[in-house]
Design a protein around this ligand. Structure first.
Ligand code: HEC
Length: 133
């Protein structure tokens, strides 16, 4: 019974340990450039996630173009029409469980929308926004 309960807890919270590690390493990076940095901000993250930019393919897009505005729901890829499962780790247990996977998509997706890589500050802010959706 105890074991069942513990494994249920681990399954529920597995994303948070990975996210804590990820946010912590981003924070160390930000602190190198800005020693007075206080912390990541979901409000700034929302701006990063929802604002529109002329993307890599010359079309005006935002992160929401592929992930939608309601991150607890699935959405269609703006370019391919393929279904993308919900981005919120509260709605989709597979989200934010693998740092390599998170990094790979952050790099690719920032490039799609901003035509450059995200900074540590931007990635920390946008992650803080997403995990609270
Ligand atoms: C052109 C479509 C598209 C845009 C625009 C886009 N994404 Fe994605 N994103 C994807 C696809 C496709 C995947 C990988 C498939 C999947 O995980 O469902 C993905 C995966 C991710 C993941 C991986 C999460 C995990 O742990 O599984 C994160 C984080 C992410 N996107 C964040 C962003 C952010 C932040 C932006 C805006 C800067 C953004 N995305 C814009 C298509 C997009």
């Amino acid at each position: 019974m105890k074991i069942l309960l513990i494994s249920a807890l681990i399954a529920t919270f597995s994303f948070s340990a990975v996210v804590d590690d990820y946010l912590d390493s981003l924070k160390q990076e930000v602190l190198k450039e800005n020693p007075s940095f206080k912390g990541f901000d979901a409000k700034r993250g929302e701006q990063i996630f929802t604002s529109k930019h002329i993307g890599k393919k010359g079309k005006e897009i935002s992160c929401t173009s592929c992930h939608g505005v309601d991150l607890s729901k699935s959405n269609e890829n703006f370019f391919t029409g393929k279904v993308i499962e919900p981005l919120s780790p509260k709605a989709n247990k597979k989200r934010f469980t693998d740092i390599a996977e998170i990094e790979k998509w952050m790099k690719r997706n920032f490039n799609d929308v901003y035509v450059r890589e995200g900074t540590a500050l931007e990635k920390g802010d946008v992650t803080t926004y997403i995990i609270n959706q």
